[in-house]
Write a protein that binds this ligand. Structure first.
Ligand SMILES: [Zn+2]
Length: 415
């Protein structure tokens, strides 16, 4: 259980990396009512608040917590379906859905724990009908569960969208302050165009964000363009492919693309024209490079998207397509893949995810006014590139404590 912090507290570390400003030696954040009240040198913050308890981690680096912009909690590391091709993998996953029911809740608890122990403070989780919401809510993380729906299981597009909207509202009752439930249009090949359009309209009317998987695989590109390939008979109900356009263009046509939308993957067949559409519609991207690698989906053009002003965050996806729930490992993989700097990677893992989800005023950096969402990481003072060093340390099991809204939800140091 999270250790609730009643009064104000000062968290301090040998190095403080707010991400929004340069690192500080012996830096501190003053936390009051769950939010950051001040950031600065420990000496100054301590002097100005002499009665406040100080929790000082001298040989550690303090960073904003990881914001996971696209994850699935309900999978386990054991017996993942074979990768290689996306449609083959998805077919095997669907076959095993009935068997999976017996262990989904346990897997979700384990995955949430793994994410917390890797410094994750916010998670955007997608699961069928929001089934992993209880485990996210219990974990102490802040986050949103996006309830995926499959219209052929429900009824007409109108009925399906009505059902999932009501489901998300019902799931949203009685949750912890920073946990909520929203809707996901799972993908272009599982949700028919009319349901997609209605869901996009209804969720925007509610002021809700919307999660989708988009342009993830060669098979998705083929299905949308030609109506053929490995995804043309998924569920045996999707006869609407063959639109002759790219997935991004098709998604725009059914009104899925807007600033409220977080599109996961964008790994295959994303052209320069598509990047322009994504930029102009204001859609955000969740980058899941290890899942894309495992499923043979290609490489998302992330540097070009960032250069065009598209908001990009990182996502681990789930354990049946990805090796871990550690967002810093995911980010380190992206840093290698795209030749990015450590500082750019650290920003993607934190502020980038917050921007993608539209919550950058609330979390993603260590700044006064935001929630105190942070990770304390064991680092070496010899690191020549401190941002890359802390990313490597956090990826390698170096997270020693995780704090969400001022509550210490993980602490292996006991201080
Ligand atoms: Zn996914």
């Amino acid at each position: 259980m999270p250790e609730n912090q009643a009064g104000p507290v000062i968290f301090a570390a040998g190095i403080l990396m707010p991400v929004s400003s340069p690192p500080l030696q012996d830096g501190a954040v003053l936390v009051r009512d769950g939010r950051i009240a001040a950031v600065g040198d420990l000496a100054d913050v301590g002097r100005e608040n002499p009665d406040v308890e100080v929790r000082f981690f001298p040989n550690y680096t303090m960073i904003p917590g990881a914001v996971n912009a696209h994850a699935h909690l309900g999978f386990r590391r054991k017996d993942a379906p074979e990768g290689g091709t996306f449609s083959g993998w998805l077919g095997r996953l669907i076959e095993r859905l009935p068997e999976k029911e017996a262990w989904t809740a346990e897997a979700a608890r384990d995955c949430a724990r793994e994410a917390v122990e890797a410094g994750t403070t916010y998670m955007a989780e997608s699961s069928p009908y929001g089934e992993c919401l209880p485990q996210l809510a219990e974990s102490g993380m802040a986050g949103t569960v996006y309830a995926e729906f499959f219209p052929h299981e429900i009824g007409t597009p109108e009925e399906a969208v009505e059902f999932i909207g009501a489901k998300a509202r019902e799931l949203g009752e009685g949750l912890p302050e920073r946990v909520d439930a929203r809707v996901s249009v799972h993908s272009l090949y599982t949700v028919d165009p009319e349901s997609s359009r209605l869901a996009a309209r209804r969720t925007r009317e509610m002021g809700w964000t919307l999660a989708i998987h988009l342009s993830e695989s060669p098979e998705e590109v083929e299905f949308v363009r030609d109506g053929t390939g490995g995804l043309a008979d998924i569920f045996g109900t999707n006869e609407w492919g063959g639109a002759g356009v790219s997935p991004v263009s098709y998604a725009q046509g059914v009104e899925l693309l807007a600033p409220e939308t977080i599109a996961a993957h964008l790994a295959t067949g994303v052209s320069e024209d598509d990047i322009e559409v994504l930029a102009q519609t204001g859609v955000a991207a969740a980058h899941c490079p290890r899942s894309n690698d495992f499923l043979g989906s290609g490489v998302s053009p992330v540097p070009a998207m960032i250069a065009r002003g598209i908001r990009v965050g990182m996502g681990t996806d789930g354990l049946w397509s990805s090796p871990s729930m550690n967002l810093f490992q995911e980010t380190l993989f992206a840093v290698g893949l795209h030749g990015m700097s450590g500082a750019a990677g650290l920003e993607l893992a934190t502020l980038g995810g917050a921007r993608a989800l539209g919550i950058e005023a609330e979390t993603g950096t260590l700044d006064a006014g935001k929630w105190a969402d942070l990770a304390v990481v064991e680092t070496s003072p010899e690191d020549r590139d401190p941002a890359l060093g802390v990313l490597e340390a956090a990826a390698g099991g170096g997270v020693a404590a995780t704090v969400v809204g001022g509550n210490v939800i993980y602490n292996r140091l006991g201080r």
